[in-house]
Design a protein. Sequence first.
Length: 82
Amino acid sequence: MSTKRGQVHVDFIIFMIVLPFMVAWPFWLASKWLGARWSVVIERDGAKVAEEKVRGWRRSGERIQEIARAAESGTLAESAAS
């Protein structure tokens, strides 16, 4: 019987840790869909070179593709990326 009681306490503690994330997540997701800014981090050899703020999910994906194409073609300058 004491094993079940201990397990209930552990379950409660885990629930209390997860609860704030469960409550906040829908609001975070809604804000992103409604046009909150996304951070596009540009890294070279594992080091952060620059970071850009882009409004909207679709636009952030487009900007990532633009940066990737520029990096492949060698036209991405470090000064232009920052």
